[in-house]
Design a protein around this ligand. Structure first.
Ligand code: 5GP
Ligand code: MG
Ligand code: MG
Length: 185
């Protein structure tokens, strides 16, 4: 059965990045990142929950020796504004001392979450720590984080889909889109 129901989701105002665009971009990034770590092992660390779909799709284009691990940090909750408070809800299972670490993020907005994570992980003595983020927002440029690999730049709007939620919903949408204003109220 052919269904176009997803892109017709009644709560979605606008699709910003289509499923096809995301797929193509992730495969390009997968190739670039595989080249960057050629001959090395890398601990690919996804930040839950938002990055779970990016990770799953992107992982299949990686052609290097990889170990996958997960971290969970506190996020916006049901709000659309960053609280500035970062809490580790789930830490890595593996030791990263002397290893290459690649953090996979869904989106970098204020950069607060990522700065905290980078500081925390660097203190463990890894060989390197780099970041791949599917999306970056304009404010991310203000903080000196250095996201090495970026999927797309998005405007300063709250987006959902492809792993990104609003109040834990909409993560399953296969594209990145904005919500209708009435959904927030
Ligand atoms: P930051 O600390 O960079 O401001 O934001 C980090 C986290 O906030 C992201 O990993 C994501 O969970 C959440 N976030 C930031 N912007 C958005 C957005 O536009 N949509 C959604 N769904 N989450 C966002
Ligand atoms: Mg995230
Ligand atoms: Mg969230």
């Amino acid at each position: 059965m052919t269904s176009h129901a997803a892109s017709d989701h009644p709560d979605i105002e606008k699709v910003l990045i289509s499923e096809e665009e995301i797929r193509d971009r992730l495969s390009v990034l997968g190739k670039q990142i595989s080249q960057a770590y050629e001959g090395e092992q890398v601990v690919v660390t996804a930040v839950l929950k938002g990055a779970f779909i990016v990770l799953a799709d992107f992982a299949r284009s990686l052609e290097v020796d990889t170990i996958f691990d997960f971290m969970a940090v506190s996020s916006y909750g049901a709000s659309t504004k960053s609280s500035g408070v970062v809490r580790i809800l789930k830490d890595l299972d593996v030791e990263i001392e002397g290893r290459h670490v690649l953090i996979v993020e869904d989106i970098v907005d204020s950069g607060l979450t990522l700065s905290y994570l980078l500081k925390n992980l660097r203190a463990r003595g890894p060989k390197s720590v780099e970041v791949m983020a599917l999306l970056v927002k304009p404010d991310a440029a203000k903080v000196d984080i250095g996201v090495k690999w970026t999927g797309f730049e998005v405007p300063n709007e709250f987006v959902v889909g492809y792993g990104l939620d609003y109040d834990e919903r909409y993560r399953n949408l296969p594209y990145i889109g904005t919500l209708k204003p009435e959904v927030y109220s």
